[in-house]
Design a protein around this ligand. Structure first.
Ligand code: ATP
Ligand code: MG
Length: 443
């Protein structure tokens, strides 16, 4: 017998005492049956929102979703009245939401069999054999797949997302219905599509998820720039590449060492500029001259289209713009410092995560002494001051020592000192800097 947590039992029992029906349902029951921690509890009930507000004084009604949130000591629990949704005509919103009369009716409007299992703490109600599909790792639409996808096209993304979160297969009829109706995804708001895409990227089977998007035809609509990369071969004499650009991108994603979906997206898109820059020379050598600039430009259009935040956009574009950085033991410290300035110290770990994905996704060996040395050197050069602000003295020291007023002269002196420190002529130590300061002005 599976155990519901205390708060979930309290909610169900309180409603039963009032003569109403209540069940845990959806992702939480799915997770419980799989023995996984759950992210959020969903309940379905015969109680109307006003009943819920009466029974639970510490609750509030969310008009938009018809959901009541109940504050319990540990969390907020979402309770939704039985629904029956009929007649979708814009592939997004039911034309009229009506309260359903029975649990069976409510379960019949849910998307997939594994999400249509209800549990009241004693009995599992599973009219669509969701437990069977859960055991066999299958995502299957409730009822007629074509109809269900036509009703709500977001279910296409949800199918792929849940498959990549759980490592499940989409059953053939459901997959077929998705493939046949991919164009309908254009009726869904970009924000909702983007959020599902981010969840696919953040999932344990992200690479498989992207391949599923490719296979269904969704990728061609959501990310046509990446879809086109699967047609670009890069096998040529004297080149290490074994995959086409699209497959390489997915392999890079698979090997990217960051779990952050934003960094993973940058990794996935870092080479899309190879599509328009593809050239074959007389010797049969394939080149992608300047592809990182073109990748950056194409990605900029993508992230704007998908309405990413300013901060996310800046990170994604920076990572892609500089992904071709040189890793060479003969590089000077100054070259390393220039690299760090371009990428930004806050993005260094993510830049390396992308690069590791890129390398391993191209079939390179697990460890590279060059890369390890490069990382060590990055740490070393960062111990040196990076900007004037890192100097152990500041503008006040300059003004006091040289008896000058605030003005551009102060900044000039500081940057002259910084240049000497950077060139290794002077240590970034307060006493030494003050002593040197006394010798100013230099000319
Ligand atoms: P998770 O919470 O882990 O994302 P979930 O399956 O609980 O997964 P929610 O978005 O919380 O997903 O939705 C809760 C339940 O509501 C689902 O399990 C499913 O039964 C139902 N549901 C959600 N979205 C849809 C939809 N677009 N069409 C039909 N049923 C849906
Ligand atoms: Mg949920």
């Amino acid at each position: 017998m599976i155990e519901l947590p205390q708060s979930a039992r309290t909610i169900i029992d309180s409603l039963k005492h009032a003569g109403l029906e209540a069940y845990a349902v959806g992702g939480s029951v799915r997770d419980l049956l799989m023995g996984r921690p759950t992210k959020g509890w969903d309940f379905t009930t015969s109680a109307k929102p006003e009943d819920l507000l009466n029974i639970f004084p510490d609750s509030f009604y969310d008009n938009q979703f018809g959901t009541v949130g109940i504050k319990m000591p540990d969390d907020i629990y979402e309770v939704t009245t039985y629904r029956s949704e009929k007649e979708y005509s814009d592939h997004r919103h039911p034309d009229n939401i009506e309260w359903g009369k029975t649990l069976t009716e409510d379960l019949s409007r849910r998307d997939f069999t594994i999400n249509a299992i209800a549990y009241d703490g004693k009995t599992l109600t599973d009219p669509y054999h969701g437990q069977e599909d859960l055991k066999n790792k299958i995502i299957r639409a409730v009822g007629d797949p074509a109809k269900r996808i036509e009703e709500d096209a977001l279910r296409q993304m949800r199918a792929v997302r849940i498959a990549s979160e759980l490592g499940f297969m989409i059953e053939p009829a459901t997959l077929g219905a998705i493939k046949k109706n991919v164009h309908l995804i254009q009726d869904i708001s970009v924000e909702r599509v983007r959020d599902e895409l981010l969840r696919i990227l953040a999932s344990p089977f992200a690479a498989d998820g992207i391949l599923l998007l490719k296979q269904t035809g969704l990728l061609k609509i959501i990310l046509p720039e990446l879809d086109a990369a699967f047609a670009i071969g890069q096998k040529s004499p004297a080149r290490h590449h074994i995959y086409d650009v699209g497959t390489h991108s997915v392999m890079a994603l698979k090997h990217c060492t960051s779990k952050d979906p934003v960094v993973r997206l940058a990794t996935l898109l870092h080479d899309i500029g190879k599509v328009p820059t593809y050239k074959v020379d007389e010797k049969g050598i394939i080149t992608f001259y300047n592809h990182e600039m073109v990748s950056t430009k194409l990605t900029k259009a993508i992230v704007n289209r998908l309405r990413f935040s300013r901060k996310q956009i800046e990170k994604i574009l920076t990572l892609i713009r500089w992904h071709q950085f040189t890793v060479d033991e003969r590089q000077t410290d100054n070259a390393l410092r220039r690299f760090i300035r371009h990428v930004g110290r806050e993005n260094l770990t993510d830049m390396l995560a992308l690069r590791t994905g890129d390398r391993l996704g191209g079939g390179a060996a697990e460890t590279s002494w060059r890369m390890e040395l490069f990382k060590k050197r990055l740490e070393e050069v960062q111990k040196q001051p990076f900007t004037v602000a890192d100097l152990k003295i500041n503008g006040f020291d300059v003004m006091k020592t040289l008896k000058i007023k605030p003005g551009p002269e102060v900044g000039k002196v500081l940057s002259d000192l910084f240049a000497e420190v950077e060139a290794g002529k002077l240590k970034n130590e307060r006493e030494e800097l003050l002593a040197r300061l006394k010798q100013f002005p230099l000319n």
